[in-house]
Design a protein around this ligand. Structure first.
Ligand code: F0G
Length: 476
């Protein structure tokens, strides 16, 4: 019978309410998503003493191993995860995503150098796989039959794939007409029950939480703390790839705020284990029309950007003194992945940003679209939501929050092929901003356009067109 590490006695692992006034603890295999005493979110907490040098050596040796769990960029760091050695791992060799030096994007942002960590290079094309491998492994340990999620597309595709690998029944709830074709296609091929809802992602999230009260259902949205456990390992992989050199800033897009939560938890745990001696400043970028977290941060900090000299100084000791997030009823952005008005994990994400001395901001549709084209010119590319990071970094450099010589990592969360309709429209100057109640549909400029051109089938015409194209690209 597979077990978690708690029952294996290797180390103490529990689930704990994040509200310091409550702090209730629950057994690691209790199937709950929020604190049953006060309704607060839950952290998985693990108390273990491990020698940092030994861990570094062990993780590096595993890079040369052929064992499935060593080849996964998540399970390679399994000392950070709440499982025993005999856990029934469900893996698609997730993680192992590249870091790229990005000179084109750096120049665009006004930086000397910039690193891109491309989480879109995961098996289903998004960072969700790093959390899903762990959540589905936990689903097997719990013996559940049906796994479900609400999604803007990527969580759905990831869950559908991992559920298929684990031979679990799977249902995904998505807002009809608001997820990209590629993401929908993935979920269909992987065999999930695709349930389209007339409503928003936030409506889907509300219903799915009700559904999860049913004994037979296991919810694997990022409110499930096991998702966060998997996703936090990217912090270890990133630092491992950089020879444990801590960047000054790590910048991520923000939607439901699981990813920022996970990065924060990962860095904090690596510091507590002695693998690093400081935290990078963790900043979150949202789309202007879907920015409840950026709004909260502004009201909370009293200014657009807070970069405290000593990270952590803005953390109020009384949890209940924290201002609450005001949800946005009608979020709008063409970056459908982050079209979210009521992010579930905002308290955890706020804690992570403040503890690191980072900031939260929003960027316009135009800024995001142009940043995406620049990342494309790098030969890297990403889906629209991911480009919010480079757009946000450009803004932070212009505002003096990030210095031009600082060491910055932008996290790209989804693959360029996730939303090719958007990309083609941008290059053909046919991209219109999302409908919303307040503003009219506006045409976005293709600032860095690269439309296809029709040519005659002659050598001369083709040579002429190649010359014209080189000139046009240079001048854009
Ligand atoms: N980038 C991409 C490509 C995403 O798919 C998401 C979230 C985010 C960023 C934001 O991450 O929610 O952890 O703050 N997509 C979810 C989904 C909501 O259902 O696929 P977050």
């Amino acid at each position: 019978m597979p077990t978690n590490s708690q029952t294996a006695g290797r180390t103490t692992v529990t689930q704990r309410c994040i509200d310091p006034d409550c702090g209730a603890r629950f057994e690691i295999n209790e199937r709950i998503y929020v604190c049953s005493r006060c309704g607060g979110l839950l952290d998985v907490v693990q108390e273990s003493a491990t020698d940092p040098e030994q861990l570094r050596g062990l993780w590096t040796r595993r890079l040369a191993s052929f064992e499935t769990r060593d080849r996964s960029g998540v399970w390679r760091y399994r000392e950070l995860l709440p499982f025993a050695d005999n856990a029934p791992i469900v893996s698609l060799a997730e993680g192992n995503t590249p870091i790229y030096d990005a000179p084109v994007s750096a120049a665009y942002c006004g930086l000397r150098a910039l690193t891109l960590k491309h989480q879109g290079c995961n098996p289903t094309g998004s960072f969700k796989d790093t959390g899903m491998t762990v959540a589905i492994t936990q689903a097997l340990i719990l013996g559940v039959q049906t796994v479900v999620c609400a999604s803007t597309g990527n969580t759905a595709a990831s869950l559908a794939a991992y559920a298929a690998r684990a031979k679990l029944q799977c249902a995904i709830l998505v807002p009809r007409g608001q997820i990209s074709h590629a993401k929908l296609a993935q979920s269909l091929d992987y065999g999930a029950a695709v349930l389209e809802l007339d409503g928003s992602f936030d409506d889907a999230m509300r219903v799915i939480r009700e559904l999860a009260e049913d004994e037979s259902i296991y919810l694997v949205n990022s409110i499930n703390p096991f998702r966060i456990e998997g996703q936090k390992t990217v912090a270890a992989e990133l630092l491992h790839q950089r020879g444990w050199r801590v960047p000054d800033h790590v910048v991520v897009p923000g939607g439901n705020l699981g990813n920022s939560t996970a990065f924060g938890k990962g860095f904090a745990e690596l510091r507590d284990l002695g693998l690093i001696d400081r935290l990078p400043r963790l900043s979150v970028v949202q789309a202007e029309g879907a920015s409840p977290f950026a709004n909260l941060f502004k009201s909370f900090a009293g200014s657009a950007h807070v970069s405290p000299a000593s990270p952590g100084q803005h953390l109020p000791s009384d949890w209940n003194a924290w201002p609450a997030l005001t949800p946005i009823d009608d979020p709008h952005t063409l970056a459908t992945a982050i079209k979210i008005g009521a992010p579930v994990s905002w308290q955890k994400a706020l804690r992570a940003v403040l503890a690191s001395g980072g900031t939260v901001l929003s960027v316009s549709e135009q800024e995001m679209a142009d940043a995406k084209a620049i990342i494309g010119r790098e030969g890297v590319g990403c889906e629209p939501a991911s480009a919010s990071t480079v757009a946000g970094i450009r803004r932070l450099v212009a505002d003096g929050v990030i210095g031009p010589d600082e060491d910055v990592v932008a996290v790209l969360t989804g693959h360029i092929l996730k939303d090719s309709d958007y990309t083609i429209k941008y290059h053909q100057q046919k991209l219109f901003s999302d409908n919303d109640a307040m503003t009219k549909r506006r045409k976005l400029a293709g600032t860095y356009p690269n439309p296809p051109s029709l040519v005659k089938a002659t050598k001369a015409a083709i040579l002429k067109e190649i010359k014209r194209h080189a000139k046009a690209l240079d001048s854009a």
